[in-house]
Ligand binder design. Structure first.
Ligand SMILES: [Zn+2]
Length: 272
């Protein structure tokens, strides 16, 4: 039986994933099979999920993640396209169940679609979110053009400089991405090293910038994670437009930004 067919709340969450995948394709952030998504689904699990037969052998995560025990996730499939996921999320992703050893997972629905090669980063961050009691449930990796382009420029290779520049483009960047963007030096895609470096930045930021590659974002849901990236990439786009007009953009002043922080009581750490 298709897992969405009897669970309207679950279906709504998965259709949000499909909608975001469509946005990513239209924005040019998801070429071919680029980018990946996980969403924690445990709150939608019925007692039957625990006894659903595995559609795969147990697959090693690559590390032990003790807070994932008993949890379920939707994961985009490896080699699957965002544009295909947008019209058929269960043919281009799957629901996985974390095994009791917290070091393996099994695919349980709807078919044996192997999860993304970036699963270590996603699950390591999901483990941290559970450990810290966060309500955040979604993780997103994508290739936003302007942010990736910025990550090639030597003077942006630290969290503070990149965040300050992006915040200074329009007040909404600071208002809607108040934790900024954390810098992750280049690592091999799909590696545990990349996963560990990403996790270190997600402690303090909602979005991590993977040098010369893409971004990794967390959110309360997948729309929230997408919005974080969209807001920051818009600021990067404005920066590049201004540079193309033959000058360094002036940017909001430090006082302008402090006023936004104070008036809107912006958080300086993840609020939940
Ligand atoms: Zn990538």
């Amino acid at each position: 039986m298709e897992i969405l067919s009897t669970n309207a709340a679950l279906k709504a969450v998965i259709m949000d994933v499909a909608e975001v995948a469509g946005h990513i394709w239209v924005k040019g952030w998801g070429e071919r099979n680029g980018g990946n998504i996980t969403v924690r689904l445990t709150e939608f699990a019925t007692p039957e999920w625990a006894s659903m037969p595995a559609l795969s052998d147990p697959i090693a995560i690559g590390c032990e993640l003790p807070h994932l025990k008993g949890h379920y996730f939707y994961a985009k499939g490896t080699q699957k396209r965002m544009r295909d996921l947008a019209r058929d999320p269960m043919a281009n992703g799957s629901v996985i169940r974390i095994c009791d050893d917290c070091a393996h997972y099994e695919i349980i629905a709807d078919s044996a679609v192997m999860p993304t090669s970036e699963l270590p980063s996603h699950l390591m961050v999901q483990n941290y979110l559970l450990e810290s009691g966060s309500r955040y449930k979604a993780t997103l990796h994508t290739h936003p053009i302007q942010l990736v382009a910025m990550s090639h420029l030597p003077h942006f290779k630290d969290s503070e400089t990149m965040t300050h520049t992006l915040w200074s483009m329009i007040p909404e960047t600071l208002a809607f991405a108040p934790l900024g963007i954390g810098w992750v030096p280049y690592e091999v895609p799909g590696s545990l090293e990349l996963a560990k470096a990403t996790l270190a930045k997600i402690h303090d930021y909602d979005v991590a910038m993977w040098e010369k590659h893409g971004v990794f974002a967390v959110g309360q849901d997948i729309m929230d994670a997408f919005d974080q990236v969209d807001v920051l990439n818009k600021a990067a786009d404005i920066y590049m437009c201004a540079r193309n007009m033959d000058g360094e953009p002036e940017g909001l002043t430090d006082k302008d930004m402090k006023d936004v922080q104070d008036i809107f009581h912006l958080p300086t750490s993840r609020p939940c």
